[in-house]
Design a binder for this molecule. Structure first.
Ligand code: ADP
Length: 364
């Protein structure tokens, strides 16, 4: 197990693209870190710099405290798993698994026992004499995992390894990879653009946008206290609801949307009085599960009256959509059998769950 550290890493490609800007983070021994963000945000570039497949423009890469910027890729002792499996088509599964050990000139008896060990761990014993084209996508990805772990590397790097699998298999492989990580305890960096994978797999999530690290936090913290509006919107499905507006004070404290597209009252609590004093323009974010609906005006002060534009019944929960100035908002509910699309209803907001952002989009 090894500690991995990146200090003020920048990457500028020869064509001038600045793909990574001043990224610093560390992965403690045995951690499973997920790098997530939209396509083009620099995730693969970070991973490739750690693997030594891409040079580092400036900054320091450290393995257990020692500078590793100039270490050749083959001396980094890294196990990589890619989206496209990268298995050798002309070799059997057994030979594919054994390949990394053969290169290292490991003794034949040792190779044999390690292949059996890995095959058992990943439940691929029956596939050993087949060729990659004779097995399914999920099985191929399992073999690719096996080939990464057979060397007992210092780190694992995963680059969108589940993207080519169907939804059901992805869920299954998520669990398998995490269980494997629990068993082996190897420091791992996992790249994905899928926020569900990030939330379900990471002990820590690093969220990137335009080459800049937006937040480095546990899934729980990033979900409940996203540092900026981008993080709030990227994590969670359906997307968090955003309400941009201003405070107004008459009999009580009101929050009013641009062009008066909505308004709701707020209790005179210290929190809201403080915010009303601090910020003129503000955006409140609220997760769909913190909005409820009713036909009668709620007791709660903070409500918006609107029409239901869509209902998605997912079995265990129901998503109800409404619109505010052409922006779709959603509420996550349990039992809504008495409601239908087109109903005018009250959406009540749990004000204790409102997350405030300033006009730059940063949490207040
Ligand atoms: P991600 O993995 O998040 O999709 P990448 O790390 O692949 O993002 O890319 C980050 C940015 O760097 C993108 O703008 C991409 O177009 C650019 N980029 C990636 N590889 C190269 C390269 N070899 N030369 C020039 N630009 C590149």
């Amino acid at each position: 197990m090894t500690k991995l550290e990146l200090r003020n890493i920048h990457k500028i490609y020869p064509n001038g693209t600045q793909a990574v800007k001043d990224i610093s983070f560390s992965a403690e021994k045995g951690e499973f870190i997920v790098l997530v963000g939209p396509s083009g945000c620099g995730k693969s570039t970070v991973l490739r710099m750690i693997a030594g497949l891409e040079s580092i423009s400036s900054g320091d890469l450290l393995f257990d405290g020692e500078r590793a910027n100039d270490l050749p890729p083959k001396s980094r002792d890294i196990g990589m798993v890619f989206q496209n499996y990268a298995l050798y088509p002309h070799l059997t599964i057994r030979e594919n698994l054994a390949f990394p050990l053969k290169i290292k000139k490991v003794a034949r008896t040792e190779v044999k026992s390690r292949v059996s060990e890995v095959a058992e761990m990943l439940n691929i014993g029956k596939l050993l004499d087949k060729k990659p084209k004779e097995i399914s996508g999920g099985e191929r990805q399992r073999v690719a995992l096996g080939r990464a772990i057979i060397r007992k590397p210092r780190f694992f790097l995963f680059d969108e390894p589940l993207s080519n699998l169907d939804a059901k298999l992805r869920v299954q492989m998520r669990t398998e990879i995490i269980n494997l990580h629990r068993k082996l305890g190897v420091t791992s960096i996992y790249v994905t653009h899928d926020q569900t994978e990030a939330m379900t797999m990471g002990t820590r999530i690093l969220l990137l946008k335009d080459g800049v690290l937006q937040q480095n936090a546990t899934p729980d913290v990033i979900y409940h206290s996203p540092r900026n509006i981008f993080a709030a919107s990227f994590i969670g499905s359906p997307q968090i609801n955003l309400f941009a507006g201003n405070f107004e004070r008459s009999d009580n404290l009101k929050f009013v949307g641009k062009n008066r597209s909505f308004s709701f009252s707020l209790e005179n609590t210290d929190k809201f009085n403080f915010l009303a004093k601090e910020a003129t323009e503000l955006t409140f974010a609220i997760r769909p599960e913190n909005i409820s609906i009713s036909k009668e005006q709620p007791q709660n002060l903070a409500w918006i009256e609107s029409e239901i534009v869509n209902i998605e019944r997912l079995g265990y929960e129901t998503l109800v959509y409404f619109k505010i100035a052409d922006e779709l908002k959603s509420a996550r509910l349990n039992n809504i059998s008495q409601y239908a699309v087109g109903d005018k209803v009250f959406f009540a907001i749990d004000t204790s769950k409102l997350i405030p952002y300033d006009s730059d989009g940063n949490i207040i």
